[in-house]
Ligand binder design. Structure first.
Ligand code: ARG
Length: 459
């Protein structure tokens, strides 16, 4: 069958060219946005007397019917069609006759596809923000419960200083909060209407772009028609937001994998979020966390793909741009699934605080506190640092930890030591005293939780 755009050519293309050219498998998910956009277009055309009110009513009725039939399953999207825009227009014309052919007045698929994608990504942004919030609340729940649970804090994956598990988790809460901010911030740049830019140059019809944008709840409109059809920055930003979010989820997943290993055993995941091995009966694997970490690669890939696809394109629309949606949608689907699985997984995970405490008692994580103790008694920090270094070194040789030495033994290193040093290197004291803003003390963790909750109210 000849294409709707037959004219200059006979519109009869080879089957392989059709398959290659078609984007409907990817863009069919925008059917609703496409139909709502067309309804708004018909309204605007009649408001400006470009088509009659009667024709507009027929178009809008027809479009409403198509939408209802797709949603009820009565109308199946034809996956051999060129794209969702052509499919809807073709079905409309089949259903309402000649009037259907008036819909595409003062419009091009170039502004239409940009419109649909922006409308789709507006919804996607809202949904992703909701899902991030859910994970954030799961994290905050665990942080609240474990604001005083002591664990070793690491740098270079070496035990560094005692922290609270709640404090550690709240670091992830901060990352996710920034992700929410990023998605919300970019929403403003998605929410710009390109419709009415037409093919690239605007139109000779007396259209009302502002009216059409208003019907579709856009806050602003593209002010340059060439930019309106060429701009895919909003897709890049969405992909970039997803990539940064995945990086955070992947770091969290990596830690969960470490914590659930026998070597750490800080955390146990609910059976509902683990798998077994087909051969090793003892295995309980954290596959979900591994998959989140693994899927991060494809989300990064999607960002690089779209950046690369666009970098050499002359203005305005080029067919290369049809390649924009697959990656963007894949990133959306991937982050959605990852958030959906992580939220209940974090909520239901069991924190084995005894093991965290045990790990904290080894590894000299209170060495800084011992040095600080000496400084508070008047010694310069560098000198204290050196003495504590040699105490640690001797302890390692003798298989001891700082708490094992007697006051007499301490005094051999320096006379500054008194009985109160033992309180100073007690792990509970170490975390409770770190009351500096943003620090690890339970009180500070409480403040961080309150701060995030307050910020979320304004989202
Ligand atoms: N399927 C196309 C896309 O996704 C729609 C726009 C086609 N425009 C055109 N001039 N061929 O980009």
């Amino acid at each position: 069958m000849a294409k709707m755009w037959a004219g200059r050519t006979d519109g009869v293309t080879s089957k392989i060219a059709d398959e290659f050219n078609s984007s409907i498998k990817i863009d069919s998910r925008m059917y609703k946005q496409d139909i709502l956009g067309s309804m708004a277009h018909a309204s605007m055309l009649s408001a400006k007397n470009i088509i009659s009110k009667q024709d507009a009513d027929i178009l809008i009725d027809g479009l409403e019917g198509i939408l209802a039939d797709i949603e009820s399953g009565k109308l199946e999207i034809d996956l051999t069609a060129e794209d969702i825009h052509m499919f809807v227009e073709q079905v409309l014309t089949e259903r309402v006759g000649e009037v259907g052919k008036k819909l595409h007045t003062a419009r091009s698929r170039n502004d239409q596809v940009a419109l649909d994608t922006r409308m789709y990504l507006r919804d996607a942004t809202e949904k992703v923000v909701e899902k991030i919030e859910e994970l954030l609340m799961a994290i905050i729940g665990q942080a609240e419960e474990h604001k005083a649970s002591i664990m070793p804090g690491y740098t270079h994956l070496q035990r560094a200083q005692p922290i609270t598990f709640g404090h550690h988790l709240m670091a992830y809460a901060m990352m996710l909060f920034r992700d929410i901010q990023r998605f919300i911030d970019s929403y403003e740049r998605i929410n710009v209407s390109p419709i009415g830019c037409c093919a690239l140059a605007g139109t000779t019809y007396d259209t009302d772009r502002r009216l059409e944008a208003k019907i579709l709840s856009f806050d602003s409109i593209a002010m340059n028609s060439i930019d309106g059809v060429s701009d895919r920055d909003f897709c890049i930003e969405f992909s970039s937001n997803c990539a940064i979010l995945m990086m955070h989820l992947s770091r969290l997943s990596e830690e969960i994998l470490l914590w659930t290993s026998w070597e750490f055993k800080f955390v146990e995941l609910s059976d509902a979020f683990t798998t077994g091995s087909s051969i090793m009966p003892q295995k309980k694997n954290s596959d979900m966390a591994e998959l989140v970490r693994g899927k991060t690669g494809r989300v990064y890939g999607n960002l690089v793909s779209i950046l690369t696809m666009l970098k050499g394109l002359p203005l305005a629309y080029n067919k290369d741009m049809q390649e924009d949606k697959e990656g963007v949608f894949d990133s959306y689907d991937t982050v959605s699934m990852c958030l959906d699985v992580l939220a209940p997984m974090i909520k239901s995970m069991k924190v084995i605080k005894e093991n965290m405490l045990l790990a904290s008692q080894k590894g000299f994580i209170n060495a800084t506190d011992l040095a600080d103790y000496m400084v508070k008694k008047g010694m310069p920090f560098r000198s204290a640092y050196k003495i504590v270094g040699s105490i640690v070194s001797d302890c390692i040789k003798n298989g001891k930890v700082l708490e094992d030495l007697s006051l007499e033994e301490y005094k051999k290193y320096d006379n500054i030591f008194e009985q109160d040093l033992f309180n100073e290197i007690n792990l509970n004291t170490c975390v409770e005293k770190r009351i500096s803003l943003g620090g690890t003390s339970p009180k500070s963790v409480e403040e961080q939780i309150a701060w995030i909750k307050e910020q979320l109210k304004n989202v």
